[in-house]
Design a protein around this ligand. Sequence first.
Ligand code: PLP
Length: 373
Amino acid sequence: MERYTGVIDKYRERLPVAPQTRAVSLNEGATPLVELENLPRLLRRNVRIYAKFEGLNPTGSFKDRGMTMAVTQAVAAGARAIICASTGNTSAAAAAYAARAGIACFVLIPEGKIALGKLSQAMMHGSVVIQIRGNFDDGMRLVQEVAKTAPVNIVNSINPYRLQGQKTIAFEVIEALGDAPDYHALPVGNAGNITAHWIGYSEAVCESTDACAFCAGKCEFRKTKIATRRPIMLGYQASGAAPIVRGRPVESPETVATAIRIGNPVSWQQALAAQKESGGWFAECSDEEILRVQKLLAESEGIFCEPASATGLAGVLKDLELGRIGEGSSIVVTLTGHGLKDPDTAIAHSAKPLTVDAELPAIERVIREHLKR
Ligand SMILES: *Cc1c(COP(=O)(O)O)cnc(C)c1O
């Protein structure tokens, strides 16, 4: 068997990369699809829920799949610097892949509003971190303006190569299950990822080389049909940052799920198209629901995802409760990032550690009392 070397080498014939182009890769992708065993039983639901745990990518989020493509393409085009606006994970991925490629990286982040793990990654990999007194949407606008004059390559998801890399999630799900699931749910911020999932699923059922809405005439890299159907797409937003659910931009988005704290998504129209074509829907979850489900997943299944990532599962559990998702369904939820990204939120919402004297009876008492409960 050949050694696994990342999504570009694995899916090269399905990606807009020339055969001779060397991939800038950290062996991202090939993340586990873990079936939840305890939650459906706890909730008394006859459904199969699978978690696509993207937290196990090299920098801890699905952003690595897009970044390998964007940085490979930037390097192939001779770029010496990349730039992005970020709620955290894009900057972590950009910083790591720029380091790997030996090019400069500039990241614009909202001051005080990114999780500490993500900030530490951007700093550690040696990118230039620029905190702005503004939110993600302000940063996105500035990046687009500065790229008109400065010699920097934008690696936000307006860069089409990002979505091309991210579409590989759909291929991996199909390979693991043998076909598409009934539903695919995920959190929605800038709406690039739901768009990318839909591109992947759409290409997986298509053998045509004609242009369509998703490939815009670039079908030369689409080869074989690997699925018989596409899933119903479910996009979930945080209540304080739910522009697509409400149908209008949110001026000052606010949520504990900082990765999706976005008021004016770049891929809004493409996400709506994916929802409509798939027969799916958008819905919202409150911060309380998001944190409750993050904890529930960690305690009942042993999977620790970041708050934004729990939004997809929180939405699914709510829609199961409401009967919008039927019994007997198979559901894949993309857990977009690792819980270790945001230790502050995790610690704030968990029981405090006990402090006792370093003596045997004290430890025995703790064990006895805990097991009595
Ligand atoms: C980027 C990100 C999202 C949102 O993805 P979009 O493509 O912006 O919709 C969700 N969760 C995590 C952990 C992220 O890093």
